[in-house]
Design a binder for this molecule. Structure first.
Ligand SMILES: [Zn+2]
Ligand SMILES: [Zn+2]
Length: 212
């Protein structure tokens, strides 16, 4: 499996492309903007996208979903609890000063323990609400270590804000402690924004997670 992560859009959301080397089938996580840039990477990899999945539906994570969906014909999915936020995209655009992206059909099938497949890739869904009601993380088993895509739930040395539509500070801490922090120490964390880290590093050094 090849994992390529590229920052996209005005808020530099980390979009990840997972390609199965054997079949060249691919999953795209959080196509937040810059459709042509994402398309270019997929074409360069000779890949065919069969699934588009989202950690949540804030505007900076779904900005290029519609053009990518139209171009690839792949199924685009969210956790159902984030659908009201997707319906609020015009309000999000106005509040964050972003242009209103095109919208498309989304399946609400990213339930806890659901597995998204592309060739030999098995991307598991972990329901980690708090940043938004339908925030999820994704976990895939790599050659040396697992990789977790944590969206805006966990960042290197930080956690996501909970003061926007449906955010819940108690819930995000429970998701972090009961779900993400139970992953193996060496699990690589690709966050929704900013640099990569590991579960072990965050368990020790993240000020929101250290046990007092
Ligand atoms: Zn967000
Ligand atoms: Zn974000």
């Amino acid at each position: 499996m090849i994992i390529e992560t590229l920052p996209v859009g005005p808020l530099q959301c980390n979009c990840s492309i997972l390609v199965d080397e054997e079949t060249r089938l691919a999953i795209v996580i959080d196509p937040g903007g810059d459709f042509e840039k994402i398309q270019g990477r997929i074409e360069k990899a000779g890949a065919k996208v069969t699934a588009i999945v989202h950690t949540h539906t804030h505007i900076d994570h779904v900005g290029a979903t519609a053009p990518l969906q139209r171009w690839s014909s792949a199924k685009a999915s969210i956790h159902e609890a984030d659908r009201p936020l997707y319906d609020l995209l015009p309000v999000q655009a106005q509040m964050l000063g972003c242009p209103l992206p095109e919208i498309c059909e989304l399946e609400g099938d990213l339930t806890d323990d659901h597995v998204v497949r592309a060739g030999a890739i098995e991307l598991g869904v972990l329901y980690t609400p708090g940043h938004t009601p339908g925030s999820v993380s994704f976990v895939v088993h790599g050659d040396d270590a697992s990789v977790a895509f944590t969206g805006d739930t966990l960042f290197r040395r930080g956690i996501g804000r909970t003061d926007l539509w449906g955010g819940d500070s108690g819930l995000i801490l429970r998701s972090l402690r009961n779900r993400l922090m139970t992953l193996e120490e060496k699990t690589v964390v690709i966050a929704g924004h900013g640099p990569t880290t590991t579960i072990g590093e965050e368990r020790r050094a993240n000020p929101f997670l250290r046990v007092a």
